[in-house]
Design a binder for this molecule. Structure first.
Ligand code: SAH
Ligand code: F3S
Length: 483
């Protein structure tokens, strides 16, 4: 589950172990990217210490929090609808308080308190530690809002509780914010400047997960390749760092190398990579360690150099292709996935054909494709007209999605006859007699359970497949990974 926007997870309410003595009930729901789901775990950890236990029953909640997404207009509309639902419940339970967290809180700020009368509290992504104070403001009848973006906050000192966990795979965030300023994207405005978390606190969190039986960690950030620790501070201030700081700085390739070396039986993934920041060192570290998965989510957004330039992506079509060539040369067994935006302002039929031909060149294993949605405040919204008609956007999107499906099936089929290493995660959705897990390339594999259990690394001989799932038979434990 590498991808940020997982449709089947949207709106999941999160539940954790109940702490004795906690009388108040928290209902927390998350939308959007994996980082939001991860942040909700941080918020829940903070509130456990404030007397709250989580509930999955909205009607009985004292506090309802919704962690929101602004990436496309549709995401915001979904959340507005949820607020209507909360409003209906609040009529039955007038003591219930409602808080908006995350990117919409940041984007709309005090407008929320004015427009959505049911909202009692508005908290931006860098202000979660202030929630206990904000709750006091709510109790005292004051407006409770904190949308201050921070240059330092990484929540590195908070041990997140794991909500709705399978006990096998977990996410560990390593950077927050983004400095890239892609012209279509609202993230730099809602999540603030890019900052990296101290490596030791990352390694400590991985150690803790290992001690509790977890077997796979996904290092998380808007742009993980840009990770840089030199004692704290913003990435853009690195030029001003002392010689000592520069000499002891840790970049993403080093962090990955450190993690994979220190935890040889823990499997590692990371997300998301940005082509402009993904250097050959990272690919070499991946190739060196068996326990770093052969999978890269490498959004490209468009196959046209002209559109890439308008998007302020810092690379051309050709540079991206060279990166792909290097990746495939160093890791022949790699799987790749994309994010694509269709119908960006001024996109012509020719640009669209460039996107299709780039897809043919790369042959992505997975893809996440979206019609362009203008976001207020972004450079594209300010400077460019959203001039591709909806029906054209839709038609181009369908063509992209259809092509991706052809490639996905082709890529899945290549495993038939091979034996792949699978980390068992949970019951297969279709049958309780089968386990479901993923291979290194992130493809879902199902096989008969026998005596294997979640958390085991099992070699599975692939006999069949559907478009997105491999079907096989276990042939034994993985000698390399099984501890
Ligand atoms: N670096 C981030 C990107 C977050 S946004 C990451 O962790 O993946 C996820 C994807 O949403 C982007 O890659 C892009 O394809 C899409 N997206 C962002 N802004 C968009 C917009 N205004 N309209 C349509 N899609 C958008
Ligand atoms: Fe958005 Fe571009 Fe950053 S897509 S999250 S501004 S890399």
């Amino acid at each position: 589950m590498e991808k940020i926007i997982e449709e089947n997870k949207q709106g999941t309410s999160l539940v954790l172990e109940q702490k004795e003595g906690n009388a108040k009930k928290l209902f927390i729901e998350s939308y959007g990217c994996q980082m939001n789901f991860s942040d909700s775990e941080i918020v829940a950890s903070i509130l456990v210490n404030q007397g709250y236990n989580t509930t999955q029953n909205l009607e009985e909640a004292d506090l309802v929090l919704v962690n929101t997404c602004s990436i496309r207009d549709k995401a915001e509309q979904t959340i507005r609808k949820r607020l209507e639902k909360y409003n209906a419940v609040k009529k039955i339970n007038p003591n219930m308080k409602v808080g908006v967290l995350g990117c919409m809180a940041e984007r709309l700020k005090d407008k929320f308190l004015e427009e959505e009368k049911i909202v009692d509290m508005v908290v931006g992504p860098d202000a979660y530690k202030d929630i206990p104070n904000l709750l006091k403001d709510v109790e005292d009848g004051r407006d409770a809002i904190n949308v201050i973006l921070s240059k330092e906050e990484t929540y590195g000192d908070i041990a997140p509780v794991r909500l709705n966990s399978n006990g096998v795979t977990a996410f560990v965030s390593i950077t927050r914010g983004c400095d890239n300023m892609c012209t279509f994207c609202v993230v730099p405005f809602t999540r603030g400047r890019e900052r990296s978390r101290e490596p030791q606190s990352i390694l400590d969190e991985i150690q803790d997960l290992w001690n509790r039986g977890f077997k796979e960690v996904t290092l998380l950030g808007q742009n993980v390749d840009s990770y840089l620790w030199y004692g704290g501070g913003l990435k853009k201030d690195f030029v001003k760092a002392t010689d000592m700081q520069k000499a002891t700085a840790v970049d993403f390739a080093q962090l990955l190398n450190l993690s994979a070396t220190q935890f040889p039986k823990m499997r590692f993934r990371f997300s998301t990579s940005n082509p402009q920041d993904m250097h050959v060192e990272v690919i070499e570290v991946m190739a060196k360690h068996h326990n770093i998965c052969n999978y890269i989510h490498l959004p490209v957004q468009s196959g046209s150099t002209r559109i890439l330039k308008e998007m302020n992506r810092q690379h051309t079509r050709e540079e991206y292709m060279t990166l792909i060539d290097n990746i495939k040369r160093i890791i022949p067994d790699i799987s790749l996935s994309q994010d694509m935006i269709t119908g960006f302002p001024t996109e012509t039929e020719e640009d669209h054909l460039d996107t299709l031909s780039l897809m043919e060149y790369v042959k992505y294993d997975f893809g996440f494709m979206f019609a362009y949605s203008e976001r207020p405040g972004t450079m594209a919204a300010r400077k460019m007209e959203d001039d591709v008609p909806d029906d054209v956007k839709k038609r181009r999107l369908t063509e992209i999605v259809d092509l991706q499906q052809v490639h996905a099936l082709e890529k899945t089929k290549r495993f038939i006859g091979q034996t792949v290493e699978v980390l068992v995660e949970k019951d297969s959705k279709r049958s309780s007699e089968h386990w479901s897990g993923r291979n290194s390339q992130n493809t879902v594999v199902v096989f008969a359970k026998e005596n294997y259990k979640p958390g085991d690394f099992v070699n599975v001989k692939i006999t069949d497949c559907t478009a997105a799932t491999l079907i096989g038979e276990a042939v034994g434990y993985s000698e390399i990974m099984q501890s």
